[in-house]
Design a protein around this ligand. Structure first.
Ligand SMILES: *Cc1c(COP(=O)(O)O)cnc(C)c1O
Length: 365
């Protein structure tokens, strides 16, 4: 018979649906022999990253044989200062996805449950189910989080409640006032993970971490350098929490989960807030351009506070997605999110948005 991997694996792992990342540009070029390909599929920063990052990385290239600083001291100190927190409140991750997994392993066993909203970021479900814990999915309200429903779903088994604000892939965003009211109603045994991957693009910005952590001891705020900071390739994110929670997360964290290049790049990127401001401006203009273009095509666009738009095609989206690929435009189909008629389009540079809109007009004609 040999080894049967399926039957040996944990039931929760067997039931997982693999995460579907945006198609890489090189893959589409290989498959279709296309030269010009634009990717508006992974909410990456079309401006790249701060030029100061490349400069800071140069000296690192001669130290590649040396393990990184496992404590990430300098970056954590810079982040602590940036947020008005103590260094002991910062935990680094190999992307914020790594932190989501670390948090799940810190608080969840198979007899526990975690709560997410329908259409919330898919990684929450993956990390919860891989452990074998129960995933409670609360129906969305206007494609966003129904906080009343989520609070009502809490039981004695609940250990974590995930909120993406703004949410990916729908772009919905709760106001800080709504969130604060909600937080004040929660029982003490539930950790709230507030994932602010897109906070730089949101109208209100992110929450004031120092004030919120002082008021809510079970809160963990996750942030990333993958989006507005433009460092997705280097895999670096961080969690802000009480020192007590950070101490636990750091026990679960792999000691060298963040590379030297990631540590150095993030510090340089954090120091260049002008670049972040420019990214926000370019995104606002590009988002308005895309929104207008999509509406001119007669399509419904969900309000988005991120760097992407979720558009309702009112027809099966898979064929449209494939036809766009043939024209060298990569976007993101959302069937995996139970949104088979929607596409998510990341905001690109003006020319990219224009190309995408023209390709879409052709496909829909
Ligand atoms: C992109 C994204 C992240 C960030 O992932 P990284 O692992 O930091 O690259 C986290 N949460 C949401 C909702 C995202 O869309």
């Amino acid at each position: 018979m040999g080894f049967d991997a399926q039957s040996q694996a944990l039931p929760g792992v067997r039931a997982l649906q693999p995460y579907q990342p945006g198609k890489p540009v090189s893959e589409l070029q290989r498959e279709l022999g296309l030269e010009q390909v634009i990717k508006l599929a992974s909410n990456e920063n079309p401006l790249g990253c701060s030029p100061q990052v490349q400069q800071a990385l140069q000296p690192c290239l001669s130290t590649l044989a040396i393990y990184p600083d496992g404590a990430g001291f300098e970056l954590r100190a810079a982040l602590a200062q940036h947020h008005g927190l103590a260094l002991e409140q910062v935990t680094l991750g190999n992307g914020s996805n790594d932190l989501l997994e670390i948090i799940a392993h810190t608080f969840l066993a198979h007899e526990h449950a975690a709560i997410v909203a329908q259409y919330a970021f898919a990684i929450y479900g993956l990390v919860v189910r891989a452990i074998g814990a129960e995933l409670v999915v609360v129906p969305a309200r206007d494609y966003g989080h129904d906080l009343v429903g989520m609070a009502a779903a809490i039981t004695a088994q609940t250990r974590i409640l995930f909120i993406a604000n703004p949410n990916n892939p729908t772009g919905s965003c709760l106001s800080q006032a709504q969130l604060r009211t909600f937080m004040r109603t929660l029982p003490e045994h539930v950790v709230v993970v507030l994932d602010e991957a897109y906070l730089e693009y949101a109208e209100e910005g992110g929450v004031d971490a120092a004030a919120w952590l002082a008021e809510f001891p079970a809160l963990i705020i996750c942030r990333t350098f993958s989006k507005a900071y433009g460092l997705a390739a280097l895999r670096i994110g961080y969690a802000l929490s009480s020192p007590a929670i950070a101490d636990l997360l750091n026990r679960v964290r792999q000691p060298f989960n963040v590379s030297t290049l990631g540590l150095v790049a993030a510090r340089a990127a954090l120091a260049d807030q002008d670049f972040v401001a420019r990214s926000r401006q370019v995104n606002a203009a590009g988002k308005a351009q895309l929104q207008r273009g999509l509406q001119n095509l007669g399509l419904k666009v969900l309000p988005s506070q991120g760097n992407f738009l979720c558009v309702d095609l009112a027809r099966p989206a898979q064929a449209v997605y494939t036809a766009l690929l043939a024209r060298g435009v990569i976007v993101r189909p959302l069937a995996g999110y139970d949104l088979p008629q929607h596409l998510r389009i990341s905001v690109g540079l003006e020319a990219e948005n224009d190309l995408c809109l023209r390709a879409l007009a052709e496909v829909l004609a």
